[in-house]
Design a protein around this ligand. Structure first.
Ligand code: SF4
Length: 265
């Protein structure tokens, strides 16, 4: 990654000029700089402005997810163990921002909604710290496949592991092993989540991450949740909603999945 400290004035000017093109093609984590993250945030912010007018997060999320998918496609040469039917990481605390939850909630069938309710009843008593030791399948998992694959949250899209057996042991047998996550996936995930967070803050909207089951349950049970949230309402800020704690110096700088590591790729 090349951040601006190593750039002279001309290089900075060039990097700034090239940032829109880098964002349009889906960012390349191996060639990331602060201008690209800033441009990405600027683009998302523009979409959020339109979302506030139309009372729909759809365009913003479709834009964000299309860019993430391009980034993942560009990392196809990085070997990962993840594949269709491998779902070990879908058993732990999953986090998403409010627009991702609202986007997903609109697309759930009543059957999936009922499964969210059942899962929330089981997972609601576990804190972020307790949840890794109390795995429970994501209610959107069907026969070990994500039933909302096209609409899954940012952190699900950029989850990866170099070793499925370590995932199986760690996520379901609770062996406390670090998941060998390719570094470029971590860099990409942090770039997209930082840009989304900055854009949400800039648009005057909540940028915190929520635990998926509790947030989906609330969104499904709140009439006009999307309109209320985009109008600055408090529908997703109720006290009962479980937030993913902010990173601290004692916790890895990742707000969503637990136990990442960066020792491969
Ligand atoms: S939303 Fe899909 S990918 Fe994410 S945890 Fe649930 S089943 Fe897994």
């Amino acid at each position: 990654m090349s951040w601006d400290e190593g750039m002279d004035r001309n290089q900075r000017r060039l990097a700034k000029k090239q940032a829109p093109k880098a964002v349009a093609g889906g960012i390349d984590p191996s060639a990331l700089n602060e201008f690209i993250v800033a441009e990405l945030a600027r683009q998302i912010h523009g979409h959020l402005g339109r979302a506030k007018q139309s009372f729909s997060v759809d365009e913003t999320l479709e834009y964000l997810f299309s860019k993430i998918d391009l980034t993942v496609k560009g990392m196809a040469d990085i070997p990962i163990a993840c594949g269709r039917g491998c779902s070990h990481c879908c058993n732990i605390w999953v986090s998403a921002t409010a627009p991702e939850v609202l986007f997903l909630a609109k697309r759930l069938s009543s059957r999936a909604g009922a499964r969210v309710r059942e899962a929330h009843e089981i997972t609601k008593s576990f804190s972020h710290e307790q949840r890794p030791y109390n795995p429970h399948p994501c209610p959107l998992l069907e026969a070990d496949k994500c039933s909302v694959y096209q609409d899954r949250p940012l952190f699900c899209r950029l989850a990866s592991s170099a070793d499925a057996e370590i995932c199986r042991r760690s996520y379901t047998n609770l062996t406390d092993e670090n998941i060998p996550t390719p570094m470029m996936y971590i860099v990409g995930r942090d770039a997209y989540s930082t840009a989304l967070s900055v854009a949400l803050k800039g648009a005057g909207l909540s940028h915190v991450c929520y635990e998926l089951n509790s947030a989906l349950q609330l969104a499904l049970n709140t009439p006009d949740a999307e309109r209320a949230w985009l109008s600055g309402g408090t529908s997703l800020r109720q006290h009962s909603l479980k937030r993913t704690p902010s990173p601290s110096k004692n916790r890895p700088a990742t707000p969503c999945f637990m136990r990442w590591s960066s020792n491969s790729g």
